[in-house]
Design a protein around this ligand. Sequence first.
Ligand code: NAD
Ligand code: MG
Length: 384
Amino acid sequence: MVKRIAIFGSTGSIGTQALEVIEANPDKFSVEILTAYTNDKLLIEQALKFNPNIVVIADDRKYEIVKDALSNTPIKVFAGEKALNEVALMDSYDLMLAAIVGYAGFQPTFNAIEAGKPVALANKETLVVAGDIVMQKAFEKRVPVIPVDSEHSAIFQCLVGEGRNKIEKIILTASGGPFLGKKPNFLVNVKRDHALQHPNWAMGAKITIDSATLMNKGLEMIEAKWLFSLHPDQIQVMIHPQSIIHSMVQFEDGSIKAQMGLPDMKLPIQYALAFPQRLPNQFPRYDFKKPSTLNFEEPDLRTFRNLVLATEALYKGGNMPCILNAANEIAVYAFLRNKIGFLDITAVIEKTMEKIKFIEKPVLTDYFESDAEARQYAASLIQL
Ligand code: NAD
Ligand code: MG
């Protein structure tokens, strides 16, 4: 059976790599829906090549351009945020790849689960913002949420076959990003172009900055809590600069399972799309005969304070991770536009976490409001 895939965020780093996986496995996957934010050119190119039934361009100013370019095809074209959310509810696809970046990915992903569609989840922010509600909904609808994030894919793969065996803890590995070993006196002068140079992974701009500040690992701790029903004490972060071990699970008997391989997102993407199957591929293999060392060290929490803030949010729960995420998004985009310095990102998040009202048991609308308030407050700090 051919799985019909809906790629939300098809023009991004994850989206384009997913299309490579699909292209290599035409007997397994077809493309049903493609969506993009503003990149009309790439969306059109992808649509002509993969022939989906539907494309959505979220930026509705681009509607005419996309519509005209696809007018000789049967492809239906929609535009705007509302269309994005509605298309996610449609019946015509089998699995959503949630590859939009940031909070913008929340509603379409939530709608897919609501509609009973399995989700391959790259968009970690969805679980950071409202993990309790999202996972509860997935449970109610009996919808699998299959992680795409490499660390979570690693843990997921380690858990296959373990049934009810209990996890003692997980060890989330982190590359450390481009500023591993650096101190605040160095980081204070860091500029966007330097922060965008990740040693091991080529990714979208937002997650690349999150990797440089270690916020990415903080978001991933929260993501792991929800995906694997963990207590915060069960989540340990270790720096592993080579990114060969993608994460580990330690069981109650002390046995540790690790998932390894070269850093290549196509592997966790393919695993999530094809789960529970593994598909053959030609991706480069890790070679034990080539001299290399695998190192592990503890993160430098005095320097990379975003990880401390995220850990605080993880323990505090309620709407705190949502506030953290909103402030982080605002701060990261401000940093990318050279409006604030690298260390200011942490300051903006910390102040926003102090300012916005804490809600212990939020309902969905509380999350929407906390997100909006946190964004507004974080933005007000930056304009000053
Ligand atoms: P990206 O910036 O390369 O792509 C983002 C995609 O989302 C694009 O297709 C863009 O058009 C779309 N988009 C952005 N804003 C939107 C909006 N407001 N409305 C609708 N669509 C919008 O990002 P990416 O690196 O591919 O990351 C996507 C998600 O996957 C993120 O949540 C990220 O944390 C996660 N992730 C990425 C990687 C990676 O290697 N890139 C690894 C693990 C997890
Ligand atoms: Mg990751």
